[in-house]
Unconditional design. Structure first.
Lengths: 175, 155
C-alpha cells in the first residue's frame, strides 16, 4: 500500500501547482510601482492643448488615473462603468489618452460621453512608459501624497470597483 | 560573332556590384548595442518575444526609449534598472537571484537531491531484504557443475 502513496502524493502536489499556475492570467504582471510615488509629468490637455496638466497639482486628493485610447477595444467595455462612477462623484477620474491622436480621442468622447475631470494627452506614449503601461486600459489609484496604491490592469468592471477600487479610495480619503 | 555575344553575356555578372545593405538606423553602433540589450528583455505585450524581435507598438516605443537613453550616455545597467523599476523583474529573461526566486534557482537541484536520496534509500532497503544466497552442499555442487562444465563434455 505504502508504495503507491508517494507517487499519489507527488501527483496531487503537481496537480495543485498546475491548477493554481494555469489559472493565473499571464498578462497581469504585478507593477513594481505599487506604493511608490507616481512618476510626475506635465502634458498638454486633450480638450485644450494650450493648457497643461501637471500631475503634482493633484497632491492632496485621492484620484484615479485611467489610461485609455480611442483605438483600444477594452476601453469601450470599460467606458460605461467609468461614466457611472463619474456620476457618483466619489473620486475624480483623470484620463491619460495614450498614443492617440487628438481628433480621434475627442470624437470617441463625443460618442460615448466624457467621464474625465481632465485628460492629459500622451501622444508619444512616453508617460505611459514611465507608468509601466503595457496594455490599455490601465487604471491607477493615487493617494493624497501622490503614491500609487493600486493598479488595475485591463478594463475596470463593476466588480473590481466594488471589491477593490472603491473600498481603497474610501480608506485613502479617510486618511 | 554569336560566340562572342554569348561570351559577353556570360561576363555580364562580373560587372554587377553588390553594395552593403544600408542600416536603417542613423547610428549602427548604437543600434547594435540597443539590439544586444533588447534581446535579453521581454516584450510585455507578446510575452515570449524579446524587445529586439517584437513588432508591437510598445516594443517599438521601448526600443526608442533605450536608444535615447543610450544617447544620453546611460550604461546598459542603468537602462535595465530603469525598465525594471517601471515594468518589474518580468522584463528580464534572466530572473535575478532574490529571496523569492530562490526556489526557482535551487528548486531543481533540491528535487534532484530528493530523488537521489530516495534512490539510495530504496537500494539500501533492497539490499537488506534480498536473502543472501545460502546453498546447500548439493545445490552448490550443481551450480559448480553448470558454471564449470567438464572440458570433455563440451565437444
Amino acid at each position: 500500500m505504502m508504495r503507491y502513496i508517494w507517487p499519489f502524493v507527488a501527483f496531487v502536489v503537481l496537480a495543485g501547482f498546475l491548477y493554481v499556475g494555469l489559472g493565473l492570467n499571464p498578462h497581469e504582471v504585478p507593477s513594481p510601482l505599487i506604493n511608490k510615488p507616481a512618476p510626475a509629468f506635465t502634458l498638454p490637455q486633450l480638450h485644450d492643448p494650450a493648457k497643461q496638466f501637471v500631475s503634482q497639482d493633484m497632491n492632496g486628493k485621492v484620484w484615479l488615473l485611467n489610461v485609455w485610447a480611442s483605438w483600444c477595444v477594452s476601453c469601450r467595455e470599460e467606458h460605461p462603468v467609468l461614466m457611472a462612477l463619474a456620476r457618483q462623484n466619489i473620486v475624480p477620474i483623470y484620463g491619460l489618452d495614450y498614443k492617440d491622436n487628438r481628433k480621434d480621442g475627442e470624437a470617441w468622447l463625443r460618442n460615448g460621453g466624457d467621464p474625465y475631470t481632465v485628460i492629459a494627452s500622451d501622444t508619444e506614449g512616453r508617460i505611459g512608459i514611465d507608468y509601466g503601461v503595457y496594455g490599455v486600459p490601465e487604471t491607477y489609484v493615487i493617494d493624497k501624497q501622490g503614491v500609487i496604491r493600486y493598479k488595475q490592469i485591463g478594463a475596470v468592471t463593476h466588480e473590481s470597483l466594488q471589491e477593490k477600487i472603491l473600498p481603497l479610495v474610501a480608506e485613502l480619503q479617510a486618511k | 560573332m554569336k560566340h562572342l555575344l554569348i561570351l559577353l553575356i556570360c561576363l555580364l555578372p562580373a560587372f554587377s556590384y553588390a553594395g552593403e545593405a544600408k542600416d536603417l538606423a542613423e547610428d549602427p553602433v548604437l543600434e547594435k548595442r540597443m539590439i544586444g540589450l533588447a534581446e535579453n528583455l521581454r516584450c510585455l505585450v507578446c510575452q515570449n518575444e524579446s524587445l529586439a524581435s517584437s513588432r508591437s507598438e510598445l516594443a517599438n516605443d521601448l526600443r526608442r526609449e533605450i536608444r535615447e537613453q543610450m544617447k544620453k550616455g546611460m550604461t546598459d545597467q542603468e537602462i535595465i534598472d530603469y525598465l525594471v523599476s517601471r515594468y518589474g523583474d518580468f522584463v528580464l529573461f534572466d530572473p535575478p537571484m532574490k529571496s523569492y526566486t530562490l526556489l526557482l534557482w535551487y528548486g531543481p537541484f533540491a528535487l534532484l537531491l530528493i530523488g537521489l536520496a530516495g534512490l539510495v534509500f530504496q537500494l539500501r532497503k533492497r539490499k537488506n531484504t534480498l536473502p543472501e544466497g545460502q546453498l546447500s552442499a548439493e545445490q552448490a555442487q550443481r551450480a559448480a557443475a553448470l558454471l564449470n562444465p567438464p572440458k570433455d563434455s563440451q565437444t
